[in-house]
Design a protein around this ligand. Structure first.
Ligand code: SAM
Length: 480
């Protein structure tokens, strides 16, 4: 770990947890090692074996995570986010411990899920893709600036089922309608992130812990209110402090009263973890708290994490979802010519359908998208078409979804050409493609992955393909 000589040492900062840790020297040793990275394959775009081969070819050694079938572990210095396959949404990078709350939330296709503190969005992205092209994820955060990276990765990964809202989670409107599952991945002191961000060691302490606790109690309480009877609530933090973990869950479970909430045992086969604490600082917690899950870094070579799973009984108070459906369908004449050009039909959109996004744009959303009654969404679905040019222009997020299905005006690029394309450089047409360079839009793909939209251009004697790949998406650029 990169700590300067005058930085506080983990052994001192975390000394009060010594009685809680089974192997103190191993814990301190783990905090001193760089944190491995983790990559997971997009469920519709890439097999995990293909991801492993691709990363290997690029020089990144990986091994299966084991406890999550679609994920791989990478060395801490593997800069896999700068490759072509990442840029076009073939996979995502996320810290291994962060996969645990979503694995325990266990999203099921078609469900309506609320992520109350969603930014910057690793867990929301994973929930959205596990829901598939059905269901609804409402991804909320208080800080609008922090929602920008979430929006970028949603577009890159083609998550059409996401509605973004900005609201204080502790008063999230009940008018949003009830949710099948709610994630409360609350703000915390982040003690468990010291392997990646050693500077937290200088910040943490009892004062900061006491400041966080009421915020966490408020957010978890509202998570319970927003969940339907029989639904599941997952509470998580990346900190060790019992005051921010078991103690928060204890206060909320007691607050809702006898029988209103059950603590569900949270175990993930293959992930070495420790149970929640039954007591701390002379206070016994409610029955079942050992069912919570603690990740101490030395147990599975991860960051530190805490997860508790709560269930509301079927016959408990609360309402079933009363969501609004998405905006009315738009006139087919607006989007049909675009599908026609690429030899696509309405069937190729599957469960997705176009809806208006402002006056001059369309988005794709799942037909059953269930919008919150309140708050007003900041963004909904996947950008589909811009209607302000003479021929509607397909937006890159939807081009990535549709390119693998295209039957006309589609080009299969080799790797050098694909690399050129995502770096926004023109590709000379020459004899490489058997089709003549018909003017207008073309879809491009590489090894089964959509790459985006290009435009055939002629300058008198030579034809070329101009790339429309977004500047902010260029591998190694600001967006990735
Ligand atoms: C631990 S981070 C969430 C990480 C996120 N779930 C992920 O996987 O990337 C906590 C988030 O809570 C947000 N936050 C803080 N106070 C909040 C509040 N009162 N309501 C909603 N979000 C809040 C912060 O902006 C921050 O993005």
């Amino acid at each position: 770990m990169r700590v300067s000589s005058d930085s506080p040492r983990p052994a001192e900062v975390f000394a009060r947890y010594r009685p809680l840790v089974d192997d103190w020297p191993s814990f301190l040793e783990a905090l001193d090692r760089p944190l491995p990275r983790c990559a997971w394959a997009h469920p519709e775009r890439m097999e995990v074996a293909t991801l492993a081969t691709t990363l290997g070819t690029l020089g990144f050694r990986s091994e299966p995570l084991g406890w999550q079938a679609d994920a791989l572990r990478l060395p801490s210095d593997a800069r896999a986010g700068s490759c072509l396959e990442f840029a076009v949404g073939g996979f995502h990078l996320q810290e291994e411990a962060s996969l645990a709350p979503v694995a325990l939330l266990d999203p099921q296709p078609g469900e309506r899920i609320l992520d109350l503190c969603a930014a910057p969005g690793g867990k929301a992205l994973r929930i959205a893709l596990l829901l598939g092209r059905t269901g609804t994820l409402v991804a909320n955060d208080l800080v609008s600036g922090r929602l920008a990276p979430l929006r970028f990765h949603m577009n890159r990964l083609g998550a059409a089922n996401v509605v973004m809202t900005r609201w204080d989670a502790s008063s999230y409107p009940r008018a949003a309608g009830a949710f099948d599952r709610v994630l409360a991945d609350v703000p915390c002191t982040c003690e468990g992130t010291s392997r990646k961000s050693p500077e937290v060691l200088a910040r943490v302490g009892l004062r900061e812990i006491s400041r966080m606790r009421p915020i966490q109690v408020g957010i978890l309480s509202q998570a319970v209110r927003c969940c339907r009877p029989g639904g599941l609530i997952v509470y998580s933090t990346c900190t060790y402090a019992p005051e921010e973990n078991e103690s928060v869950v204890d206060e909320v479970v007691r607050g809702f009263g006898e029988g209103a909430l059950e603590i569900v045992p949270a175990r993930l086969p293959g992930l070495r973890s420790a149970p929640g604490l039954a007591a701390w600082d002379g206070r016994r917690f409610v029955r079942g708290m050992e069912g919570a899950l603690r990740l101490w870094p030395h147990l599975h070579d991860t960051g530190g994490f805490f997860v508790a799973v709560l269930r509301k009984p079927e016959d408990g108070p609360g309402r079933r979802a009363e969501p609004r459906s998405a905006a009315p369908a738009v006139d087919e004449e607006l989007w049909r010519p675009v599908l026609d050009r690429f030899g696509l039909t309405g069937e190729d959109l599957g469960e997705l359908r176009p809806v208006p996004r402002g006056r001059r744009r369309l988005s794709l959303v799942p037909a059953g998208l269930a919008l919150p009654g309140q708050p007003r969404p900041e963004a909904t679905g996947l950008p589909f078409l811009r209607l302000d040019s003479h021929f509607p222009k397909l937006a890159t997020p939807s081009a990535l979804v549709l390119a693998p299905l295209a039957r006309d005006h589609a080009l299969d690029l080799d790797r050098p050409a694909a690399e050129t394309f995502v770096r926004r450089s023109p590709i000379p047409w020459g004899p490489r493609w058997s089709r003549a360079a018909a003017p207008g839009w073309w879809l491009t793909r590489y090894a089964g992955l959509g790459l985006g939209l290009g435009e055939a251009a002629h300058d008198g004697h030579e034809a070329r393909l101009e790339s429309c790949f977004p500047k902010a998406w260029v591998p190694g650029g600001s967006g990735g």
